[in-house]
Design a protein around this ligand. Sequence first.
Ligand code: SF4
Ligand code: SF4
Length: 685
Amino acid sequence: MNPIIMAVLLIAGWGIFAYSAWRRWNLMMVGAAENRADQPGVRLAKTLKYAFAQVRMPRYPAAGIAHLMIFFGFLVLLLRSLILWGRGFYEPFEFWVFGTDNALGQAYSFLKDIFALIVICGSLVFIYYRTVRKLERMTLSTEGLIIILIIFVMMVADIFYDGALIAQHGEVSFVGYEPAGSVAAMMVQGLPDGALTVVKHAGFWIHAALVLIFLNLLPYSKHFHVITAIPNVYTQSLKPAGCIPNLEDIDGKLEREETLGIKRIDQFSWKSILDFYTCTECGRCSEQCPANTTGKKLSPKHFTLDLRDFLYKHDKELVAAKAKTNTEEDAGTEGEAPEYHKDLVEGVIDPEVLWACTTCRACETECPVFISYVDKIVDMRRYLVQERAEFPDELQMAFRGLESTGNPFSFPADDRAKWAEGLDIKTMAEHPEAEVLFWVGCSPSFDERAKKITQATAKLMQKAGVDFAILGTEEQCTGDAARRAGNEYLFQMFAQANVEVLNGYGVDKKLIVTVCPHCYNTLQHEYPDFGGHYRVVHHTPFLAELIRQGKLKPTKPINERIAWHDSCYLGRYNEVYEAPRELLRSIPGLTLVEPTQTRDRGLCCGAGGAQMFKEEEEGDQRVSILRTEQILETNPDMICSACPFCMRMLTDGLAEKDREEMPQLDIAEILWESVSPEDAEVTES
Ligand code: SF4
Ligand code: SF4
């Protein structure tokens, strides 16, 4: 076409892009080190599933399918751009196997045309969402619209370039392997040759130049995810979903006077910065976030965008400061910290945003590009709690209780096993050979209502002949709430003490059963970092298995509509969805109903992340009330859950809705009623 113009375009386009990419790379390297290169096989499999097959995208069907259309279209059309750049130097250029005179070339030509049409349709869907329907969850910026229009025009230009080319070569008819091009040829065939040349050149140069303009807009727009999404999915955390990253060596850090938690933007890891780059601003996270949907200040999307904007605003200073610390010993700054190193909680992220999070993981489960939230929010809470001693007043009581009595409610530690009086249950000290350790937890040990769940579970285990024991007064809080509230010091204290007791009884060779999903999650996923490697099971799958084995037989019909509520720490954290449903369906007469938001989209009860021990942040509504309303919409006779925290929150929700008469039972209590009608006493909360 014109080798000089093409050479200038390519050198300028790729040169400017290389500069932008280099800037972004340097900025990413400002972040703290983190190893995300382990287990390449697992990472590759996840990348194929989530980045290439994009299995999360269709959770929002229309936008998801439109995105898939554009993504696959782009993969196929990448080759086309290379061919067109080649034709800029030599007009008949083809990659040797892709000429339309052979079957492979014709197959590619067909695919290329089909995908160009698919990309046009996908772009139209997004143009519709941005201009007509205006989806609230998406960022409706002009930049986003411009990029979609560029994609649209690129495709149309390419098709008309082909059309003019075909029309100039003689008689025009519909050609199967060039469906879009031959139809475009029919549209332009009446034009004089000179006009066809103009259409051909315009189509060619518009496409070739727009590809390069598009490439250069990427690093400065939300469409940067076109480049970063695949690496971001590849470098996702491979730790269990419920595991908060360990704040390594807390005592050593204190001795070295390092910051505990995250105070400055450059204390996030490079992977967190890659997260910030990758946000597509689709807003799926915020739409599912219970804090956001109930009007709190927290919107996960904006949490990411605020940090990203701050990072971009100070990119040059941050890169320069990093270069200085790499060459000079002293990383510290004398006097007042410069703006780019300022405390993020002073003007970038409002502490209220951090305290509103229930750690439910609805955002993380929804995000198509695997951006994490709970780890970042907990890390920032760690800074607030451990460095600034700034946290909601009510948490002080929980921390004090934990320190003095080993439970956040400040009940006397000696009363921990009182729930078991009269039930003939041995402690590990009395029966160290027990096959199962029943880890009770704080709420189920002390709270009058939750104790009934504990007792029902213990009686079911006795009825099934399970050889179990409890720790009694040797048990202490797992530290779940302390950790999620940012008090890592307290959490590590409990983790170390509990692991010592558990390992002392050889529990690593036994099975641990819990009634609390939070205890289950912490013991299973977070204690390994402290030398505690256990097999842990929540009572729901454990009881379901006892039914399967015929050791428990639910016989008494329960002719009720029972609404099931998924706990976040059981469901989204540990993917226990089937066991409770299987258990409930095994009870004769029972009709299982579910709220519209259920399973991995189940709405949080509002208790997680230490919310149970503090007042909710200001908003339009309490999370527990919204969840209660959703459950009541199913018109149930009874509500069932499998988490003492959820039960507490739903009890509050029922009280607020003046529906205290609605029975609410734990799954173990319902099973006990059906298994042992002679002993059961329906407990209403
Ligand atoms: S973990 Fe839950 S509450 Fe926290 S930001 Fe994500 S969706 Fe919102
Ligand atoms: S964090 Fe993920 S879900 Fe949320 S807006 Fe960004 S890409 Fe979308």
